[in-house]
Ligand binder design. Structure first.
Ligand SMILES: Nc1ncnc2c1ncn2[C@@H]1O[C@H](COP(=O)(O)OP(=O)(O)OP(=O)(O)O)[C@@H](O)[C@H]1O
Length: 665
């Protein structure tokens, strides 16, 4: 029985070019059925739009370079890697030749090697001005009406939150240290207008109320748009999600339509975004859907802890950008329901965690042992706030001639977070927490909705503390691994095969959906302030972007300083200030030195007793890699370690407004 996609493909008669770049030209394309998958470039056409003839199709490696003009608002970017392309599009997103030789004739010539040359453009493909191909045309809305508006909730007038999302405290970041390494690093931009992202993506950026790019976006977006691989470190809450989503979306829209095989039951995404937990994947999916709204690009998410059947249904409807956790993706690959053979963009969020001990084999399997095009034939982007040197070394296997980017004192915390450390014995921790919560209420400096996130070491500890807080009259909820099948955070030592077994076990499926609902419910209840205290294990440490988290309490300190950085990064996000309090006692001795260093880097007041501890303490053992590894910050390009000094071809530092010498020296 043919899948929806296969029906769709054959109906559309999309040209298919096989992996060897031999192009075959499809004839005409009958109108698509609404339930069918429609490739991005064909979506959202007016009802009754005439049959589309002659779609350019090239292989994943092939390129097509539109030689036509774009209007004056646009800045051309060159794509200097295999597979990069500028598609010349007409006002409906199809490639058009100049000279009108177009009625039923073939549009593009596909040259040997799959490089097609578009010969011109009628109308602007990408303008920012009037007459844009991608926005405002009547008739497009017929199909777009069916796309749920991801901005609907935010577009309701709200006097409290309806203000410019100015993001990072831009003034404070004028002098932010920035380091780039690698060959021919494209220069940064200062405004979104300088980057040609296309009208519909620009419109969505406006809807997000992003006024200007954050520091990491200023550097990462031009680098990625130039087709370069990237390893990027930037502080928590600094807008990394958009930094990898924008180039992916813009890249897909720019590229010539890629004919995907007829009759394939498998989903054939063009971009894959991997992240460690279901919550983070879900959050990235929500963000990416906003950025891709009304572009015709379909974003689908697949994560463990939720029934696979719904996700399969979504995948069958077609996918351009797949956001996934490694475990669930592994399952889908094993079931042959997803193929990675058309991947042009691979992004790893929280990349250091994804390549951490225990998970590297899963990621290697996905990236290197399935059917994904190798480095150099896809574009790979790795992002995190922390990037230990040994993880960089592992990660470099996935990259090709990449640029290393470090924005801010990477691996350190932001100055926006006030860090406090209190010496508290275990037995006193609860009453200390109570004092903090009372103080927070009493100061009145926080609005009623201010949220407190409390990190503990174990699931049992989380449940016990939540129970106690509730009994004391403080509405609290909890999130930890037992409440779902978190794929990384909690499965650290479980092997790939066991994960598949677990996810496939039908007896588990109802349990999975119950626990995942619990976790979803807990997060929603925290986000909305219904339960303004969330007790969490490290599963909530990375990536989660919850506005109004005013206070992070490390009830139990982690043993790894990088985990501390990510945990406290749940507050003080996007230019807002935050408070982080750590309960410290003798058990945390190994963390002392990196903690003191971190606080000093972030201009925090370090208690004298902690400094004394630090002078007595050993370095934090193997896990505290920043200090153990010798590099001052977690964000120095490991390739430079052996290449310092004269003639270092990898080095190029911007150093914020100052430029000149490396900000790290
Ligand atoms: N250009 C911008 N202007 C204003 N706000 C922005 C901009 N870019 C991103 N943001 C907002 O900043 C917040 C943090 O972004 P994001 O979650 O991508 O951070 P991050 O760097 O990935 O953090 P983490 O390291 O914790 O994962 C989000 O609420 C996002 O909407």
């Amino acid at each position: 029985m043919p899948s929806v996609w296969s029906e769709s493909s054959s109906e559309l008669g999309v040209e298919h070019v096989n992996a060897n770049n031999s192009a075959s030209v499809g004839a005409t394309i009958p109108p698509s059925r609404s339930s069918s998958y429609v490739p991005p470039h064909l979506r959202n056409r007016p009802q009754g739009a005439s049959t589309i003839n002659n779609i350019i199709a090239v292989s994943a490696e092939g390129s097509s370079l539109g030689a036509g003009t774009r209007d004056s608002g646009s800045t051309a970017s060159t794509v200097n890697r295999p597979g990069g392309a500028w598609a010349a599009r007409d006002s409906t997103g199809s490639a058009l030749p100049s000279g009108g030789a177009w009625g039923g004739a073939r549009v593009n010539t596909v040259q040997p090697g799959g490089r097609g040359v578009g010969v011109g453009v009628t109308g602007s493909g990408w303008s920012n001005g009037s007459g844009s191909a991608w926005s405002g045309r009547s008739g497009w809305n017929g199909a777009r009406e069916h796309e749920k508006n991801p901005f609907a909730a935010e577009e309701q007038p709200n006097p409290v939150f309806d203000q410019e999302n100015t993001g990072i405290n831009f003034d404070a970041y004028e002098d932010i240290p920035v380091e780039t390494s690698g060959e021919n690093v494209p220069p940064p931009v200062n405004t979104f207008a300088e980057i040609d992202l296309g009208e519909s993506l620009n419109e969505n950026i406006r809807r997000c109320k992003y006024v200007k790019p954050t520091p990491v976006q200023k550097y990462a977006i031009p680098i990625s748009l130039a087709g370069r691989d990237l390893m990027a470190c930037a502080q928590t809450g600094s807008g990394k999600t958009a930094a990898f989503c924008f180039p992916i979306i813009a890249g897909i829209l720019r590229s010539p339509p890629i004919g995907r095989p007829r009759g394939a039951r498998k989903a054939l995404p063009l971009a894959l975004i991997l992240s460690p937990t279901r919550e983070l994947s879900s959050q990235i999916h929500d963000e990416a859907k906003k950025f891709a709204y009304q572009t015709g690009i379909r974003v689908v998410v697949a994560y463990g802890g939720a029934p696979i059947h719904n996700q399969l249904r979504e995948l069958e409807r077609g996918v351009d950008i797949l956001v996934a956790t490694p475990g669930r993706l592994g399952d889908l690959l094993e079931r042959a329901r997803v193929s990675l053979s058309y991947i042009k963009y691979l992004a790893l969020d929280e990349a250091d965690r994804m390549l951490d001990m225990g998970f590297e084999p899963q990621i290697r399997r996905i990236v290197e042992q399935m059917d994904m095009p190798p480095a150099g034939q896809r574009q790979t982007m790795l992002f995190s706030a922390t990037f230990p040197r040994e993880i960089q070394r592992l990660a470099s296997d996935f990259l090709w001639n990449y640029i290393f980017l470090a924005v801010g004192r990477v691996g350190s915390s932001t100055d926006l977070i006030v860090q406090k450390v209190e010496f508290v014995q275990d037995a006193e921790k609860r009453s200390m927490l109570m004092d903090l919560i009372h103080a927070q209420k009493a100061t009145g400096s926080q609005s009623q909705q201010a949220l407190t996130l409390v990190f503990v070491e174990t699931k049992r500890g989380a449940d016990a503390l939540e129970d106690w807080l509730c009994r004391m009259g403080f509405p609290a909820t909890t999130i930890h691994g037992d409440r779902s099948q978190s794929e990384i955070g909690e499965f650290k030592s479980i092997r790939w095969s066991s994960i598949l077994l677990e996810l496939r076990c039908p007896l588990n499926s109802s349990h999975i959906s119950v626990v995942s609902q619990e976790r979803e419910h807990a997060l929603r209840s925290f986000r909305t302030g219904v339960t303004p205290i969330l007790v969490a294990t490290d599963v909530a440490a990375r990536g989660l972007d919850i506005p109004r988290v005013a206070h992070v309490v490390n009830f139990d300190l982690p043993s790894d300083i990088d985990d501390y950085v990510h945990r406290i990064g749940r507050t003080g996000r996007a230019g807002k200030t935050g408070l982080a309090t750590a309960f410290f006692n003798d058990k945390d001795l190994s963390l002392t030195r990196p903690l003191v260093e971190l606080m000093q880097e972030a201009n925090q007041e370090v208690p004298g007793w902690l400094v004394n501890y630090a002078s007595r303490a050993n370095y934090g053992g193997g896990r505290n890699r920043r200090s153990g590894g010798g590099a001052r910050f977690g964000g120095r390009d490991y390739r430079r370690e052996g290449a310092r000094g004269a003639g270092d071809r990898y080095s190029s530092a911007y150093g914020g407004s100052g430029g000149g010498s490396s900000a790290w020296d």
